[in-house]
Design a protein around this ligand. Structure first.
Ligand code: MG
Length: 380
């Protein structure tokens, strides 16, 4: 029996993972943690009966505490989250979104044997802090992001003599819109992703390819691959998630349907594979297409990777800037193409500094949030 902690159990990955774990008796849910969605959490508590529960939002935490059995150990607020992160487990799923995952992740690495990592911001901004702590504590980090999971699975078979890796991008919800239409696009249209059902920010980030840029950085950090050897190609069907080209030019690819069930099951059962209910069907035929990415249509892919190569505070700045800007777009305060404009502006304007520790990450995160808000308020 393996004890599991879930960080971010009310989000899309958290819910899918619990659904998966409910079908496998090898796992016991030891603890559940959410930011503020106590309605979803309450249902999960009734079903999985965890011994430990954490709610980060203090007001919501108080509401839940009143209806919770006294047998459950309850944690609340930022300090509660830190204590919850120090509970021992066999596997932790880190599915808290954004940079708020960084502190619990770094603490938890010391108390779990394996982190199934669904969050990408922490790796993008503070990858070296995370991987050096994981090495020190002998903790495995298994990616849950579909493209990175695909590469992880490909590299399980062979990790040498490769020349290039390819990540695929669906192109997001706006891929069929002419560029001239992008100014009048609403948040609702962007949120209607053709292949994936995900959180709001990541769905907008898929339409701007900010998400893909982050995955390029994840690939660089996870597998120590030079940026020049990582390529992105447009693949509308989201069936092929990644490909590896070896020295002799043979290309291996990893295919599965566009939902998170395989990356989730692989992260929990690795290195074994379990029976999956639904896979690809070839009975009616299956067409796969690949196109080069149009970098002028998706300018942020280049902007973010260029910033990543500087290995400074730039990614902490651009991540925060993107989160704030996307939020303004979702509230209809700015137009879709302005997202790229704002990020490009900050990619040129931030004062470059080295990130040495977690405090530096949060300093630059706050700095960028403030500056982006000031900038956007003038713009609106
Ligand atoms: Mg992905």
């Amino acid at each position: 029996m393996k004890d599991v902690l879930i960080f971010g159990s009310s989000g899309s990955i958290g819910k899918s993972s619990l659904d998966f774990l409910s079908k496998h008796e090898e796992f016991r849910i030891k603890g559940l943690c959410v930011n503020r969605d106590i309605q979803t959490l309450k249902k999960q508590i009734d079903k999985f009966r965890p011994g430990y529960v954490c709610v980060v939002d203090e007001a919501q935490a108080e509401k839940l505490r009143k209806v919770l059995s006294p047998k459950v150990r309850f944690f609340k607020g930022e300090s509660g989250l830190k204590e919850f992160s120090a509970i021992e487990s066999d596997i932790s799923l880190m599915a808290i979104s954004g940079i708020s995952s960084l502190v619990p992740l770094l603490i938890n690495i010391g108390y779990t044997k394996r982190v199934a990592l669904a969050n990408k911001e922490a790796i993008v901004i503070a990858g070296s802090l995370i991987f050096s702590k994981a090495k020190l504590k002998n903790t495995e980090i298994i990616p849950v992001d579909s493209e990175i999971s695909a590469l992880f699975q490909l590299f399980m078979r062979k990790y040498d003599e490769f020349e290039k890796v390819y990540l695929t991008a669906s192109g997001g919800a706006l891929r069929n819109y002419p560029e001239s239409d992008l100014l009048r696009i609403t948040a609702k249209e962007v949120l209607a992703h053709p292949n994936w059902s995900m959180g709001q920010r990541i769905t907008v980030d898929s339409a701007t390819l900010v998400n893909k840029a982050f995955e390029v950085i994840e690939t660089h950090r996870f597998f120590d691959i030079d940026y020049n050897n990582i390529d992105v190609i447009l693949h509308r069907e989201s069936i092929v998630h990644a490909m590896v080209e070896y020295r002799d030019k043979t290309v291996f690819s990893c295919l599965y349907p566009p939902n998170m069930s395989i990356p989730i099951s692989y992260a929990f059962f690795y290195p074994s594979r379990v029976m999956s209910v639904k896979g690809l069907s070839f009975e009616k035929g299956l067409k796969l297409s690949f196109e080069p990415v149009d970098y002028t249509r998706y300018p942020l892919l280049e902007t973010i990777i260029k910033t990543a190569k500087k290995e400074d505070n730039g990614l902490a700045v651009l991540n925060a800037c993107d989160e704030v800007t996307v939020d303004y777009f979702l509230r209809d305060k700015i137009k879709f193409p302005e997202i790229a404009g704002v990020l490009k502006y900050f990619s040129k304007k931030y004062p470059s500094a080295i990130i040495k520790n977690v405090e530096d990450v949060f300093y630059w995160d706050r700095w960028a949030r403030e500056k982006t808000k000031e900038y956007l308020e003038k713009l609106c």
